[in-house]
Write a protein that binds this ligand. Sequence first.
Ligand SMILES: NC(=O)c1ccc[n+]([C@@H]2O[C@H](COP(=O)([O-])OP(=O)(O)OC[C@H]3O[C@@H](n4cnc5c(N)ncnc54)[C@H](OP(=O)(O)O)[C@@H]3O)[C@@H](O)[C@H]2O)c1
Length: 260
Amino acid sequence: MAKFAGRVVLITGASSGIGEGTALHFAKHGAKLSITGRDKTRLEDVAKRCSECGIPADDILALSGDLTDAAFRKSTIEKTVAKFTRLDVLVNNAGLVFPLGCMELSESKYDIEMNLNMKVPFLLCQLAVPHLEKTQGNIVNVSSLSGVRPSPKVGIYCASKAALDMFTQCLALELAPKKVRVNSVNPGVVNTPIFTREDSFFHNKDEEASKFLKEQEVVHPLGRVGQPQDVAESIAYLASDAASFVTGQILFIDGGRHCV
Ligand SMILES: NC(=O)c1ccc[n+]([C@@H]2O[C@H](COP(=O)([O-])OP(=O)(O)OC[C@H]3O[C@@H](n4cnc5c(N)ncnc54)[C@H](OP(=O)(O)O)[C@@H]3O)[C@@H](O)[C@H]2O)c1
């Protein structure tokens, strides 16, 4: 039987990369999906491919908008519960990285990065938890190896993910009496469009991104970078009943890099 049959899973940032891979993975396991992203066209394409994985098109709710907008956050939760009558899993995946050191990052970029990577998951949790309490559901935050590994090139990104990791663990303790689990996946480098976005590392230069990803293979002990599917599998594990005794976990999905 499908592992997530009858379960309602909300995934933010599902129009690209890890979120897209996670949506497709949950679709293969029979979940009802609420997916968000800013790019409506790409989000709808992901929704279509989710339905090609075997779930009815009506089991997918695609909500496009900016999660830094309070009204969009509120309507995302409300529309999800209105359509599916319940919420079982929240995957806080949407995030961004500015390739700038602490001395280079402007105050406005600091606000954008900390807001999306830390404040948005916090506020979405506040909105989602009343519904997760009813289902004894769970939350999976998508953090990063950068939360525990300092870098001179992306200092505030590291700080945002370190804050998210502490938030995950504090919230896990706070919600444990209510049987709501809270966990985190912390990927190493994963091959996604994050490296070629405007404002990102290689500014849409695919060749430079490919070179970077090639170079990154050797720093991950398993000899490759991650793929969205690697992270999706771990998110699904933490969200599943197989992890019913797991909460406050910070799970590295990094080919062993955190040990180096
Ligand atoms: N790739 C890596 O190497 C790596 C490593 C460790 C951790 N991570 C983490 O994994 C998560 C996903 O990253 P990714 O690599 O899959 O990146 P990605 O391909 O760039 O996808 C980012 C997603 O976040 C959404 N998003 C960005 N800003 C948003 C906003 N203001 N409101 C709503 N949605 C917004 C994007 O939506 P649109 O595209 O529709 O705008 C997109 O769906 C992030 O939290 C990132 O920090 C990534």
